[in-house]
Design a protein around this ligand. Structure first.
Ligand SMILES: O=C(O)CCC(=O)C(=O)O
Length: 378
């Protein structure tokens, strides 16, 4: 232990014993026990730590492309669609402003999330499960069944489609959580569907081509999007005694079609852009939206599912809420046939949610290794 630091663990041996049985209880649990030193289980190898390379860090905070949703729905649609295309091609990310979801619904989600993680451990632990398919799951790290090193994150994951199936299992405390989740999941789903229409139009699959015979493929897809999966994940990253040695989330891409992320005012999200890790500045009341693996596959590689990770900090806890959307769980995901031609041959194999889960349970999910496993060599 470093001089001046205290620990609930009296000896290194005791720390190891406590660690091995306790780390599945989550990071909040460790913090509540008063740890002031990072347990070994959370220490990343030197090359995977936040400042491993000179090019890391956030000297250049990234201004992500900003998409004004109100303008996208208005007379400036054509120009905003061009910006959307550019954002999905070059960054795989954008910030969405003027999206029409009330500030109150957004604040409520951050607030109930924060209060859920502040509940006594006995209350939180009622929802604890290592089963990735649980409708409601309180857990920790990235994939706690497989991770060699744990990341500094606790989660509450809720499978929201259909919401009626999950209602009986939603946490009853804090008492406002149910209403906030039901309300928010409906609003984000409808925002997502409008974004999907824009994405399809930007790919040339609907819109101008509507009513013009060949080219109007959007309606066939829209039903799948309406019936599609929606998973809400509350992420909690407690303040960390040694943030330079660990990560809130390791580099990963999201498996779905689009993710709509709310972050509170504390910075932490970084995306990989032009070979560097750059921090995404929080903008109040906005969503960070990113292309997931399924959209990269669907667009036959035109839109990019980009690696991102989360840093933690020594003084502030951070909460974010991700709403992950995609096709129905049993649906095959493949490049849109309209986006394949001689000049741009098919680049990905078919996939589905079951193969992703199988992959997750058989290997440590790192970087973009699931998406890479779907790539065809051409
Ligand atoms: O908390 C964040 O900012 C990012 C969360 C994230 O990457 C995820 O939930 O996949």
């Amino acid at each position: 232990m470093s001089p001046g630091m205290s620990s609930v663990f009296e000896t290194p041996q005791q720390e190891e014993v406590l660690e091995s049985c306790e780390y599945h209880k989550g990071v909040r649990y460790l913090c509540e026990r008063g740890i002031t030193k990072l347990p070994r289980k959370y220490i990343y190898p030197a090359l995977d730590r936040p400042n491993a390379r000179k090019t890391d860090g956030s000297s250049t905070n990234l201004k992500l492309p900003i998409i004004d949703f109100a303008q996208l729905q208005g007379s400036n649609r054509h120009n905003v669609l061009n910006s959307l295309t550019k954002a999905c091609e070059e960054y795989g990310f954008f910030q969405l402003v003027n999206h029409g979801i009330e500030t109150e619904a957004i604040n409520d989600m951050i607030d109930v999330g924060r209060r859920f993680f502040e509940l006594p451990f006995e209350e939180r632990s009622k929802y604890m499960s290592k089963d990735m398919l649980s409708l409601v799951r309180y857990g920790t790290s990235y994939n706690q069944n497989k991770d060699g090193v744990f990341c500094w994150r606790d989660i509450l994951k809720i499978n929201c489609h259909p919401i009626s199936d999950v209602l009986p299992y939603l946490p009853s405390s804090p008492s406002e959580l149910r209403e906030a989740v039901v309300n928010y999941s409906a609003k984000t789903k409808s925002l997502y569907l409008m974004l999907v229409e824009s994405i399809l139009e930007s790919l040339g699959l609907v819109g101008k081509a509507r009513n013009e015979g060949p080219g109007n493929y959007g309606d066939a897809y829209l039903k799948d999007f309406q019936d599609g999966s929606q998973i809400i994940v509350f992420n909690c990253y407690p303040s960390c005694p040694e943030p330079d040695l660990t990560l809130g989330m390791p580099p990963h891409s999201d498996y779905g079609f689009l993710t709509l992320l709310l972050q509170d005012e504390v910075k932490g999200l970084q995306i990989q852009h032009e070979g560097k890790w750059v921090t995404v500045e929080p903008i109040p009341n906005s969503f960070v939206v990113n292309v997931g693996d399924h959209l990269e596959i669907f667009s036959n590689g035109r839109y990019r599912s980009v690696l991102h990770r989360v840093l933690v900090n020594p003084s502030k806890s951070r909460v974010s809420v991700a709403s992950l959307h995609s096709f129905p769980f049993d649906k095959k995901i493949r490049p849109s046939p309209q986006l394949i031609n001689e000049a741009n041959p098919r680049r990905y194999k078919d996939t589905d949610f079951a193969s992703f889960l199988e992959f997750l349970s058989s290997t440590e999910h790192k970087n973009k290794n699931f998406l890479d496993s779907r790539k065809l060599i051409i």
